[in-house]
Ligand binder design. Structure first.
Ligand code: NAP
Length: 447
């Protein structure tokens, strides 16, 4: 089996050798899915995984825009249309200076499995730009979004490809992008999700990724007779996912000790309660401030410049910032401090060494493609509401979200439980996600 996995990865590396994040994501899937394929005759000899690692389409384009001083800038825009076997491409747009083809291909590849796990009819895609919204005025962000959509609009549509937000793309950016799509195409359709409530958005969509991550952690803890109440929780990031993960932890009676951004983390031993979280939301979403400012408002808390929250003693860790933010040493520190549960709100935040350490220690560990699928699942619900031209209540959407997260959890345990009873959620998520897409690809023939 080792030889089969190596031969497959050698081929992937020979084609994509300059794309480390993409190779990392494929390696993780190959290690769990290739042994499954070998045992199941219908998938054997069909090169199905090799077909899945090649994007159906990779679009790269120039985005030229003018700043407030009249200077002209050029950024690169992308859309990776990875797999449409089970539905239109679906996945977020990321605006961050680190964006390149490798990062977007890893995200698009993960998205295929994640969307399949939700059981909703959505294929996988991802896109974005190396544009940095930080420090830009609202007008500059608007001009960039309009320029970006001027090209993207010819590749997407409600039955073709439906983007959403991701790092650097929130409600403000989705509004500007939607406005330009509507103007060019002269149609009001559900071409983007994460829209404002008064123009086609779904209730609970902003909350869904963070809430879903915590629901997933709750499902995992339940298998060991535990829950979130009174547990110490460390969270990284302070953007969309981190904020609503924190909100749900508080609602369930847990204590949130940390939040972070790329400058460092804040530690509040008294806990970040509802009032303090409202301050963070205003600081980050309206004032576009830095998390370090928290200690000016709450001086009992401490700011740790350049550090990561994994050194803080906790029961539960929720990495909600970015890829590879939690490495082998961080995992060791978490385990030594008694952490029993890690649920990824971000995509691929744990390195392979960290995942290995969690599995060795047999703690509860959920990969992002399972635990953060609540966001895209609720995007799927937004698409349904747009098609039907109806709007479900907050309670209805939240109930569906809870149900979907429980179903994803149960699919993971069905495919990931090992002989000794330990659930390897990585294996479970990869195989459960693979089966549905592979079956559709086989039915549709070699295309
Ligand atoms: P966001 O609102 O833009 O927030 C991102 C947060 O992560 C910010 O606090 C940011 O800090 C921090 N961060 C970004 N890059 C970092 C780096 N290199 N080092 C340390 N911190 C960094 O984005 P988001 O929507 O919350 O997304 C967070 C993660 O969740 C991403 O991995 C994303 O792919 C994943 N995700 C999001 C959704 C969704 O619905 N939004 C769904 C599924 C998965 P700075 O402000 O300093 O950059």
């Amino acid at each position: 089996m080792e030889a089969k996995i190596k031969a497959f990865m050698d081929e992937v590396i020979s084609r994509n050798g300059h794309e480390p994040e993409f190779i990392q994501a494929v390696q993780e899937v190959a290690e769990t899915v290739i042994p499954y394929i070998a045992k199941h005759e219908i998938y054997n000899g069909k090169n199905i995984l090799l077909r899945m690692v090649e994007p159906e389409r990779l679009i790269s384009f120039r985005v030229a825009w003018v700043d407030d001083n009249g200077d002209i800038h050029v950024n690169r825009g992308y859309r990776i249309q990875m797999n449409s076997a089970i539905g239109p491409y679906k996945g977020g747009l990321r605006f961050h200076p680190s964006v390149n083809a490798s990062i977007l291909k890893f995200l698009a590849f993960e998205q295929v499995f994640k969307n399949s796990l939700t059981t909703l009819p959505m294929g996988g895609g991802k896109g974005g730009s190396d544009f940095d919204p930080k420090g830009k005025s609202d007008d500059e962000v608007m001009r960039f979004c309009h320029a970006f959509m001027t090209e993207l609009c010819r590749h997407i549509g409600p039955n073709t490809d439906v983007p959403a937000g991701d790092i650097g793309v929130g409600a403000r950016e989705i509004g500007f992008l939607f406005g330009m799509y509507k103007k060019i195409r002269n149609e009001f359709t559900g071409v983007l999700t994460g829209k404002g409530l008064s123009w086609g958005g779904s209730k609970i969509r902003p909350e869904a990724t963070g809430y879903g991550t915590v629901y997933f952690a709750q499902n995992m803890l339940k298998t060991r007779g535990e829950d979130i109440k009174d547990k110490d929780v460390v969270i990284s990031g302070s953007g969309n996912v981190a904020q609503f993960a924190a909100e749900k932890v508080l609602q369930l009676g847990g204590k949130v000790l940390t939040l972070s951004d790329s400058g460092g983390y804040i530690y509040d031993a008294d806990g970040i309660d509802e009032e303090k979280l409202a301050y963070v939301m205003d600081l980050k979403n309206n004032k576009r401030g830095r998390i370090s400012e928290y200690v000016d408002k709450y001086p009992k808390a401490t700011f740790h410049k350049g550090g990561s929250p994994w050194e803080v003693k906790c029961h539960i860790a929720l990495p909600c910032a970015t890829q590879n933010e939690l490495d082998g040493n961080d995992a060791k520190a978490l385990l030594e401090n008694g952490c029993v549960c890690v649920a990824e709100g971000a995509n691929m935040p744990s390195t392979p060494e960290a995942i290995h350490a969690f599995h060795e220690a047999k703690i509860l560990f959920a990969p992002g493609k399972a635990s953060n699928a609540g966001g895209v699942a609720t995007s799927g619900l937004e698409m349904s509401q747009n098609s039907l031209r109806i709007s479900w209540t907050r309670e209805e959407v939240d109930e569906r979200l809870k149900g979907i997260m429980k179903d994803i959890h149960d699919s993971c345990t069905a495919f990931g439980t090992e002989e000794d009873g330990y659930c390897n959620y990585v294996k479970g998520a990869n195989i459960a996600g693979f089966v549905k897409v592979a079956d559709a690809m086989l039915a549709q023939g070699v295309i």
